[in-house]
Design a protein around this ligand. Structure first.
Ligand code: ZN
Length: 153
């Protein structure tokens, strides 16, 4: 694999003409710029998409199913009006309509507005979405860094 380690390609960042390892999308300088985005828990969604989030109010408390381009910021904002601690359990990237579809699907668990009882089927969806979140984050990191850091050594 020695000769493979030497293979180079141009950096994929717009306007950058540096070379980098063939399996990496960006040169070392550009990787760092992209890494911040890749490492963010909920980076800015692409056009037409949003974060469908599951927000929890207190341990074993109700769950808010909502949408935001920045779920973390939304939790911080809503926290000032809540006696219980609020946090984002997880969020999935999707079309804004998904929020309404989830509200309809879990209507029998609805408490008020966007708040739902932590019923087993909602919990199951959260478990699934958490796994997907972890996988998506690993993927973003891989794209940002190039697969070489995962394959070598
Ligand atoms: Zn570059």
């Amino acid at each position: 694999m020695q000769e493979f380690a030497q293979l180079t390609a141009f950096c994929g960042a717009e306007g950058c003409e540096n070379v980098t390892h063939v399996s990496a999308l960006y040169c070392v300088g550009c990787r760092e710029k992209y890494l911040e985005k890749a490492l963010a828990r909920f980076p800015e969604p692409p056009k037409g998409k949003t974060w469908i989030y599951f927000m929890r109010s207190g341990e074993d408390g109700p769950i808010k199913i909502g949408q935001s381009i920045d779920p973390t910021e939304r939790a911080v904002y809503l926290q000032t009006g809540s006696a219980e601690k609020l946090w984002i359990e997880t969020a999935m990237l999707g079309a804004p309509e998904i929020e309404g579809r989830l509200h309809a699907r879990f209507i029998k668990h609805r408490i008020r507005g966007e708040w739902f009882k932590p019923a087993p089927d909602i919990q199951a969806l959260i478990v699934w979405a958490k796994k997907a979140e972890k996988e998506a984050r690993r993927k973003r990191l891989e794209i940002a860094m190039g697969s070489d850091i995962f394959d070598s050594k």
